[in-house]
Ligand binder design. Structure first.
Ligand code: PEP
Length: 252
């Protein structure tokens, strides 16, 4: 059986001090998550990774991005060996904000994902359609291309460890969340696409998350869907109280 995963994406929020404060309040929730077989994690900025890793024992600590080269003349970038050196094993790839503002293409995502899995790390690959694409009924076409191109040519054995997050762009940070029926339909479609690419064994193990205005009040409805294995959460993951409330509500 697949585990449930609650992953907070802190984006460009929190100073090191603020991240430390959050991390130092996680012991109880980690205990609760373990007892209920839920994986919990957060993705702080690069600056806060080390602090959160040290303070939030038992939590997954993910980077929000990485470069596909190990080192070199790439000003402002951070490489996979640098993340590994801090004990970071998870990394978000292709978040829609990076696709929009940083020209993150499916091809670039694929290079990063290939490098991450070669390093036994876990990519959390984000896919999802814009409002325009949603209104044009193009969701499945867009998501299929993102999955096929972003997850192309990977070693079959590595695919089972990948996490995919379906995040409709129109639902991120807008308070306009997709219905649980849409989330289930597209998360199931992502699994089906992976099955066609890499077979049932891999597809049945891949965790598929929903993301987009998830909060304590609606998390349970998503997590009750058979193909939704967890949530990638922005705004509601920033405060320890609402993070904790999401965890408690999702296991209820
Ligand atoms: C996100 O950043 O991945 C996200 C889903 O944000 P929010 O929960 O704030 O919509």
């Amino acid at each position: 059986m697949r585990k449930k995963l609650l992953l907070g994406n802190w984006k460009m929020n929190k100073t090191v001090g603020e991240a430390k404060e959050f991390a130092s309040q996680t012991a109880e929730l980690v205990k609760f998550a373990k007892a209920n077989k839920v994986l919990v994690g957060v993705a702080p900025t690069y600056l806060c990774l080390e602090t959160v890793k040290k303070k939030a024992k038992g939590m997954i600590v993910a980077a929000q991005n990485c470069h596909f080269e190990d080192k070199g003349a790439f000003t402002g970038e951070v490489s996979i060996p640098m993340l590994k050196d801090l004990g970071i094993k998870w990394c978000i790839i292709g978040h829609s904000e990076r696709r929009t503002y940083d020209n993150e293409t499916n091809e670039k995502c694929n290079k990063k994902i290939a490098k991450l899995v070669a390093n036994d790390m876990v990519p959390v690959y984000c896919v999802g359609e814009t409002l325009e694409q949603y209104e044009a009924n193009d969701t499945k076409k867009v998501v299929k291309t993102q999955v096929e191109e972003g997850l192309a040519n990977l070693p079959v054995d590595s695919v089972k460890n990948i996490v995919v997050a379906y995040e409709p762009v129109w639902a991120i940070g807008t308070g306009k969340n997709a219905s649980e029926a849409i989330a289930e339909d597209i998360c199931g479609f992502i699994r089906k696409t992976i099955r066609k690419m890499y077979g049932a064994k891999a597809a049945n193990k891949v965790l598929v998350l929903y993301g987009g205005s998830v909060k304590p009040e609606n998390i349970k409805a998503y997590l009750s869907q058979p193909n939704v294995d967890g949530a990638l959460v922005g705004g509601a993951s920033l405060k320890i109280d609402s993070y904790e409330a999401m965890l408690h509500n999702l296991v209820k």
